[in-house]
Ligand binder design. Sequence first.
Ligand code: ME8
Length: 515
Amino acid sequence: MAERFYLTTAISYPNGRPHIGHAYELIATDVIARFKRLDGYDVLFLTGTDEHGIKMLQTARALGIEPAELAARNSGEFQEMGRRVGSSNDDFIRTTEERHKRASQEIWRRMAEAGHIYKDSYAGWYSVRDEAYYAEDETRLTEEGARVGPQGTPVEWVEEESYFFRLSAFGDKLMAHYEAHPDFIGPAERRNEILSFVRSGLRDLSISRTTFDWGIPVPGDERHVMYVWVDALTNYLTATGYLEDGERKAFWPADLHVIGKDIVRFHTVYWPAFLMSAGIELPKRVFVHGFLFNRGEKMSKSVGNVIDPLALIDVYGLDAFRYFLLREVPFGQDGNYSHEAIVARMNSELANDLGNLAQRSLSMIAKNCEGRVPQPGEFTDADHAILEASGALLERCRAAIDRQELHGMLQAVMAVVSETNRYFAAQEPWVLRKTDPARMGTVLYVTAEVVRRFAILLQPVMPDSCAKLLDVLSVPSESRSFIELAQGRVLEPGRELPAPTGVFPRFVEPEATPA
Ligand code: ME8
């Protein structure tokens, strides 16, 4: 039986259309999911939409429509975005689904049975934009006199009857968990941030509302709806059917939750505390990525720089876009994107380094080796060196992926691509064609074999382009998983190759239109 691997993105608020930040998180998580599948794991990859809460309700009211209609419309947009960015998610959850209502009410019951829920009244600050409660000392007044929370979003005063979760009882247990599982939160700076938050003491959390009804009813007291984050976090369990002995139950605990830096507290404090209370195992790791900015500016509707990821894909192509996002920004840090940066990566690394290497070696094979994989002769030290460097990549990529260092994986592969270009240039197969055709065959064999390894390894990032590259190498579709990188599994000499075609186009600036 293959080992299971369950990973998730955050579920997005469908109060608007998806933006590049959503695409970024989905693509990055998709790369990890595809990597694990190619590496032989039985993968469950979940994404979805977070449809309850006041933010959804207020947006719907402003548009003069029902929240259910707003949710349905934009959830569809998120699903379409997923298809367009090549997401291979196995499930898409909407928190308004019946299965999710059942799971949320069940986890509530378990927390109540454990004695961790009580009724009282809440008086304090709430940020609708963050869907978060904040303590007085976490808020501040802006120069204009508006009160805002720690993330700069407006807060409003709320006073109403509410159920509370005894979060204050979980501080020591959480600290003990972070100590015993140093990999629970990554990267390290996020872990430190949470350690100091929890160390400073936790207050009980208001977990229900009575002033609106757009949410999941509290079991046994239907005047209350659950605080949106109680229901939202539970989505990760819902999809496994864990609470009702569903088919995918064995996928719990999740191996990895991938989230952005604005929702760390919910995932690494509230969520594990809810699970501890309900007697359910905790996820193994929460990895926090940074924010993407448009030339250093935060995207906002008022600045008018919210970027539609689908427009970028139309301009650069899907695989170049995926490659850029993961190569340019160290995963876990904030990053910027701009037209110039995308074109630079696309032209220098994909078209020049990888594309040309493949195109030059394969067209020489087409012309000089009757279009068949050449029979190699004895390998020289230079051949051995490049075969070994490429042979060591799978281990390095695995290590990088297990730490969510997606940029590190690409860096490792692209460094060997550069090394292969130097090898090819130094061997001068075009000179050997006249002086030593057998040696030319060996150099072309080694180069084609190394290109095969790159194409297999880069599939998670650029699925379509790598499929084309593997087609050009006549690698059958059932021979493209990481097992094919094992010792002794190499390109078969004599195999016929189709006419090579370029796989990584250069980006050419459209001619300036004459005035
Ligand atoms: O937070 N760059 O939903 P959401 C990178 N529903 N990532 C970004 C980003 C940016 N500019 N902007 C947002 C929610 N994100 C909740 C989650 S999970 C149980 C509930 C990330 O639509 C953000 O950090 O506001 C989050 O991980 C995801 O996109 C969805 O954000």
